[in-house]
Design a protein around this ligand. Structure first.
Ligand code: FPP
Length: 248
């Protein structure tokens, strides 16, 4: 969710005003994903590196996060959204962590959209914590080093119970992963939009899904093989049918 600061700067406003408007984009995107039948939406809300921003911005962002979780949990619950979090959440201020854990607890039986908040998260952090736990389990004999494979590594990552993303949307025209889901994005499609996050609304999400639909995901195979076996487009095609204004 990039570009909050630039959106605000363009309007002569404070950076936090950009983050505030960004919450509106979160609301609209989550609602649209729920209505479309998207199974998982992961929002990169605060990275490990974001802790190094000026103290005042970090503290205002934490306050905003606290308020957003507090204000939205009931609505998420009523809309069958299950809230989860990935990241080093022990670093979050106690109040934010408690509100988050309460939201996760309250919505845990919901089975519509799973909304994953990446907080104090980075892909490298995730790999480090996984390697630490794997090496510990190899050392105490609970796993054999010969059994360390892709599936096992995936099962130690914070996204263990989640599918890899089909689509990564990055706002504000930057062509970077910025330490997001490094392992999990191996074969994800990417859509980069010029829009700053606070201007991003459901119409931009629909555009990104339409863009995704036009692609062929080959997962390292050749086109003919993919056509024979299908390439995972079915789910996104079914979504597409629900995108308002879709001509297909
Ligand atoms: C990046 O823009 C955005 C962030 C670091 C914060 C994102 C947080 C929110 C939208 C608020 C709340 C989130 C939830 C899940 C309720 P930037 O500040 O790097 O923008 P810039 O690159 O233009 O400076």
């Amino acid at each position: 969710m990039d570009g909050n600061g630039r959106w605000a700067q363009q309007r002569g406003m404070s950076r936090i005003a950009g983050h505030q408007e960004g919450v509106e984009s979160v609301r609209d995107t989550v609602e649209a994903c729920g209505q479309l039948g998207v199974k998982y939406l992961t929002l990169y809300a605060f990275s490990t590196e974001n802790w190094k921003r000026p103290e005042e911005e970090v503290s205002l962002l934490m306050r905003l996060l606290l308020r957003a979780i507090r204000d939205e949990t009931d609505r998420l619950y009523r809309n069958n959204v299950r809230m989860q979090a990935i990241g080093d959440i022990d670093r979050l201020p106690g109040e934010v962590r408690n509100e988050l854990l309460e939201g996760i607890q309250k919505t845990k039986e919901n089975n519509g959209l799973t909304l994953v908040l990446a907080l104090s998260y980075s892909g490298r952090w995730d790999l480090v914590q996984a390697v630490r736990r794997i090496t510990r389990d190899v050392a105490d004999g609970s796993i054999d080093h010969a059994n360390v494979c892709e599936d096992l590594i995936g099962s130690y990552l914070s996204t263990a119970a989640m599918p890899d993303p089909d689509l990564l949307i990055r706002t504000s025209g930057e062509f970077r992963i910025s330490n997001f889901l490094l392992w999990q994005l191996a074969y994800s499609e990417m859509v980069i939009t010029e829009k700053y996050w606070p201007s991003f609304r459901r119409g931009d999400l629909y555009d990104a899904i339409r863009d995704y639909q036009r692609r062929e995901r080959r997962f390292g195979l050749v086109s003919e093989q993919v056509k024979r076996t299908g390439n995972g487009k079915g789910f996104m095609r079914r979504l597409f049918g629900r995108v308002a204004g879709s001509e297909e």
